[in-house]
Design a protein around this ligand. Structure first.
Ligand SMILES: Cc1cc2nc3c(=O)[nH]c(=O)nc-3n(C[C@H](O)[C@H](O)[C@H](O)COP(=O)(O)OP(=O)(O)OC[C@H]3O[C@@H](n4cnc5c(N)ncnc54)[C@H](O)[C@@H]3O)c2cc1C
Length: 554
């Protein structure tokens, strides 16, 4: 198909509002087709890993007309992409490290995400205070944020410098003693797992297929094609392969090219009730000794704090939050935001993620990971498999564009130019102010964009679906049904941990609603009733590993 016709097709597809169905029937049909080898034509591109990196590559490639399959060993966004600080930011910290190029790119991508994913990437004013004796005094913050504004090409609300009194008027919880003032500047907050899901849904809209819970155990070259072997023995043939396995990218998948490629670093977050740390806006906290900052972010009825940065070895899927981690956060943040709420018995939930950082040439095991660059790298193995490592949630779209340009050269096809910066992830007319004032719409719009209209219409037909799952959290039963029918859920954990962040926001980690949700899921899959208990047990174990908490009965 000529490039312009493919571009027109991409534009037309982007106008269809409802996401293509992605429920048990679709998931089973794809798995059966692949396992039966009933799809003899090779895929143009196989993407290994359905985190934000793989999702971005799949969307870009599918929009350029390639036949794409994404395979993940677990659920989509199971890895780092559901365990970040949830910021879409230029990264003020990287200015101190001289990474001007990275900040420029991240600010450009932030702008593009406002445009293509406006419902998920919301600008917020951050407050960055400076105290007497801080590593970064107020004048340095002012210089840094002036540069930040310039690097954003002055397209965002510029920073403001505030004296101590004005700072405390904005944020009365800040300690007055030693406060020199603050800068207030714009960055954005998102839902990382939902951004990944929505990017994959957009890829599916453009013809990509996504197979979860199917680990790739080996990659081989057979003549002109690559062959991936899945854990159950199924084989997938593709003209090109991109490994986007985040912290799992290793020698096992890439051979020699995967050796010593990454330094892993663990970062944790802790969630409190908003009443225990009632901030009015996100606050940036300076670490006393390292060149590191922490964030305290209001999140509806909750506030979350993060993060740590410690070298990590072992299975990235098994990282969890320890008491010492939470102590470190409480100590560093409590220095300027003292609160009775900074206590272990007040923790609502917590999460732990592993950064896949590009290893420095001189890195030795145990070295600090704080100073390692957050830039990405694309490597190619001697059999022609590509891998993308490092990078940021914020820059995923640009990384994907670069990745698909490599694929174009590798498969020797003339593809249309990248259009991922132009077309929204969720098509449809933006919601009007009047619509946003209608029942449930405001809440749903922040997660589903224009598709909130359909969900609200469904609730109007069946009012019980408009009930909240948990009284003080905004998630609705309609979203559970939608997740099962159209968001690629296989297990209970997919719904409670990544489609709706109950595992991160509810004091009981969603266990009180786990049974009715598992019953809906199991019924939709046509599995035996005994599967309900299996799903609950599986969820219990997973959450125990990540948060260190034992879940109650349900
Ligand atoms: C604590 C922390 C805070 C962060 N905060 C921010 C932030 O605020 N803003 C920002 O921009 N960035 C942030 N980042 C960075 C960002 O989260 C990561 O760069 C990004 O999520 C990495 O995504 P990924 O897709 O490369 O990896 P992942 O999300 O880990 O995805 C890899 C996927 O590959 C799958 N996989 C692994 N092996 C196989 C296999 N053999 N077969 C099939 N599938 C496989 C996994 O199941 C997983 O789903 C943060 C990172 C951390 C850890």
């Amino acid at each position: 198909m000529p490039a312009t016709r493919r571009n027109n097709r991409a534009d037309a597809l982007a106008k269809q509002v409802a996401p293509p169905a992605w429920g048990p029937a679709e998931i089973r049909a794809l798995a059966d087709r692949i396992r039966a080898g009933a799809d003899p034509a090779p895929w143009d591109l196989l993407v290994v890993g359905a985190g934000i990196t793989g999702a971005g590559i799949a969307r870009d490639a599918a929009m350029r007309g390639l036949r794409v399959l994404v395979v993940d060993g677990r659920d989509l966004a199971f890895g780092t992409s559901s365990r970040s600080s949830r910021l879409i930011h230029g990264g003020v910290r990287y200015l101190e490290q001289g990474e001007i190029g990275l900040v420029y790119e991240a600010l450009r991508e932030r702008r593009r995400l406002y445009k293509i994913a406006g419902h998920l990437v919301a600008p917020v004013q951050f407050l960055f205070p400076a105290y007497r004796g801080d590593r970064l005094p107020l004048w340095k913050l002012r210089v840094g944020l002036t540069l930040y504004d310039a690097l954003s090409l002055y397209r965002s609300r510029g920073h403001r410098t505030l004296g101590p009194a004005a700072t405390r008027r904005l944020e009365p919880l800040l300690v007055a003693e030693g406060l020199r003032g603050a800068v207030s500047y714009e960055d954005a907050v998102t839902d990382d797992a939902r951004l990944t899901l929505t990017t994959l849904q957009s890829a599916r809209r453009h013809g990509a297929e996504v197979l979860t819970y199917s680990p790739v155990v080996a990659l081989r070259r057979e003549g002109p094609l690559h062959v991936a072997e899945l854990a159950d023995g199924a084989r997938v043939q593709a003209r090109a392969v991109f490994v986007a396995a985040g912290p799992w990218t290793s020698e096992k998948l890439l051979g020699a090219a995967g050796r010593q490629l990454l330094s892993l670093s663990r970062g944790i977050h802790v969630v409190l009730k908003a009443a225990d740390l009632p901030l009015r806006q996100p606050v940036v906290v300076q670490a006393a000794k390292e060149r590191r900052i922490l964030f305290v972010v209001p999140w509806g009825a909750r506030t979350y704090l993060g993060t740590t940065d410690t070298a990590y070895e072992g299975d990235p899927g098994a990282s969890g939050v320890t008491t010492a981690d939470a102590d470190e956060l409480f100590r560093m943040i409590g220095r300027i935001l003292p609160s009775q709420g900074l206590r272990h018995d007040r923790i609502v939930s917590a999460w732990s993620g592993v950064r896949p950082l590009v290893r420095a040439a001189s890195a030795a095991s145990g070295d600090s990971t704080v100073e390692l660059s957050r830039s990405h790298r694309i490597v190619e193995t001697d059999t022609g498999v590509f891998a993308l490592v490092g990078g940021k949630l914020t820059t995923y779209r640009a990384m994907a564009e670069e990745a698909v340009d490599k694929v174009e050269a590798a498969i020797g096809r003339d593809l249309p130019r990248c259009s991922t910066h132009r077309l929204p992830l969720v098509p449809g007319r933006p919601l009007t102010t009047a619509e946003l004032g209608m029942p449930h719409m405001g809440e749903l719009a922040g997660r589903h964009g224009p598709f909130a209209r359909e969900l609200a219409a469904r609730i109007a037909r069946e009012p019980a679906l408009g009930e909240r799952l948990i009284a003080d959290l905004p998630y609705l039963w309609a979203e559970v049904d939608h997740a099962i029918a159209a968001e690629g859920c296989v297990h209970l954990e997919d719904i409670l941990r990544r489609r709706l962040p109950l595992a991160l926001t509810d004091g009981e980690l969603g266990i009180h609603v786990a049974r009715p949700i598992a019953e809906r899921l199991v019924a939709a899959w046509g599995r035996p009733a005994s599967a309900v208990d299996e799903e609950i047990e599986r969820y219990r174990e997973l959450m125990h590993r990540e948060t260190g908490r034992s879940l109650g009965r349900c």
